[in-house]
Write a protein of this length. Structure first.
Lengths: 211, 260
């Protein structure tokens, strides 16, 4: 057993102190990063609770329930920023990346503390797979939100559509890595390949936002 | 490879092709809002299909619990509804009767699904998005004047007979129930055939793009209803028909946008 709240506090404190010495976009990035870490903890609580209520095994909870809970919490956080500070599209992209990075950083910390960090190869795979997956899923969601906002087609259905894609992408990853063998390799490669596909879209979007 | 897996694989390939074609049109700036939401809807369903295929290959004998693919199917119905309503403002006040009929039909379907599967929450939530999609569809049909009075009456009768027949199966003796069940299948597939032929006919005709859109979406709505109501070989037949619906819907939207 690990004390996730204590670990969170330990990691968060230096970031909070550093926030006093930075301004503007960097401070926003830090806030979003820290909230992403907090969201990871809250998601773990909710997933655990739902798993207990629905009498699912720990493994099944992480495969079927966690992706839905985690993506919903990340979306809520993104919408919170969107409604509260009404950021420019470029800032929204940055906030999304920070939330995803914070989320996966805390998840990886807990994972390493639970299962150990002896194997550098496995730690690297974990970092490249989960780390990239959380960033990619929320970044695509943010790009979709910007896209429908520009088309003046912001609607509940549009947001749910984006969320469903993020959820199924995350679920597919969890399902693939749950079984050993070729499926696990495909699972680990999935976030990286998606990131490579999304990168040109991201570049083009950022360029158009700068113009 | 069993028939269901084969059809799912085929459906995924068709959905992927439709997504790629839709994205190409959007990138060429030929696609309007309806095409964007249609592409997103089809992407949701495609990923849901892939998820199911992966699950089935990894855990073939274990029933799938509630998972993200269900959320994707809800999103699919919602986005399909938005793709219909995003092209022109729909006059919901003109179609109150039809909307009521659609919601009633969806509610009756939900009651039947619960009766068959016992999955209350999933079925009710699916019912909500299914009702939304049917509501938007009948409003579009009413607004465009695609069906005349007689056709509306025939559709209402069809829906009523279907629900009455399926409900009766719970109450009547088994032998008679089998006959009623078979009659319901005949009714379901005959209506599927009518909608599909109409969709193909209007997609071929040049100046009937509103009709083509309405009939293509209606064909899909009816095929989806048939899938939810069928089992065994009938389910596979309905699944095969659903594969035909996606290119039809894409062509109807593409033509609509191009002719504008």
């Amino acid at each position: 057993m690990i004390y996730a709240e204590n670990i969170l506090l330990c990691i968060v404190v230096p970031f909070i102190i550093s926030m006093f010495f930075v301004r503007g976009e960097v401070r926003r990035y830090l806030v979003a990063f820290l909230l992403g870490m907090g969201a990871s903890l809250i998601s773990a609580y909710i997933s655990g609770f739902v798993g207990l209520v629905s009498v699912m095994s720990e493994n099944d909870t992480s495969i079927f329930i966690s992706p839905m809970v985690e993506e919903t919490i990340k979306l809520i956080l993104l919408l919170f920023f969107l409604i509260l500070i009404v950021p420019k599209d470029k800032t929204l992209v940055m906030i999304a990346v920070a939330i995803g990075a914070g989320f996966s950083t805390f998840e990886n910390c807990c994972y390493i503390l639970t299962f150990g960090a002896e194997s550098l190869t496995y730690v690297m795979i974990r970092g490249l797979a989960v780390g990239v997956m959380h960033v990619v899923s929320i970044l695509s969601l943010a790009l979709w939100l910007i896209f429908i906002k520009r088309l003046k087609a912001y609607s509940f259905s549009g947001v749910v559509g984006g969320l469903s894609l993020a959820m199924i992408f995350h679920s597919l990853y969890n399902l693939l890595v749950s079984e050993p063998g070729l499926t696990r390799v495909i699972g680990y490669l999935l976030p990286l390949l998606t990131a490579l596909c999304i990168y040109p879209v991201f570049r083009r979007t950022v360029r158009s936002l700068e113009e | 490879m069993n028939a269901e897996v084969f059809l799912d694989l085929l459906r995924s390939i068709v959905l992927f092709t439709v997504v790629v074609l839709s994205v190409i049109r959007i990138r060429q700036r030929k696609g309007k809002l309806c095409m964007v939401f249609f592409a997103m809807a089809v992407s949701s369903l495609m990923l849901s299909e892939i998820y199911w295929l992966v699950y089935d290959s990894l855990r073939p004998d274990i029933r799938m619990p509630f998972a993200a693919n269900e959320v994707s199917e809800w999103a699919f119905f919602m986005l399909l509804g938005v793709s219909l309503s995003s092209r022109s403002k729909l006059g919901f006040s003109e179609s109150k009767k039809e909307m009521f009929g659609a919601v009633l039909f969806a509610a009756a379907n939900v009651a039947l699904w619960i009766g068959w599967s016992g999955e209350w929450i999933q079925d009710i939530l699916t019912g909500f998005v299914y009702a939304y999609f049917l509501g938007v569809l009948v409003t579009k049909i009413k607004n465009e004047g695609v069906l005349n009075r007689l056709q509306w009456i025939l559709l209402y009768t069809d829906c009523f007979l279907l629900i009455a027949g399926q409900t009766a199966i719970f109450l009547i003796p088994e032998q008679l129930g089998k006959f009623v069940d078979l009659s319901c299948y005949v009714l379901l597939f005959a209506t599927c055939a009518v909608f599909l032929f109409a969709a193909i006919f209007y997609n071929i005709k040049k100046d009937k793009h509103e009709e083509a859109v309405c009939y293509s979406y209606s064909a899909f709505a009816w095929v989806a209803t048939t899938m939810y109501m069928s089992a065994d070989i009938f389910y596979l037949m309905a699944m095969f028909l659903s594969i035909i619906c996606f290119p039809l819907m894409y062509i109807s939207i593409k033509r609509e946008v191009t002719e504008e």
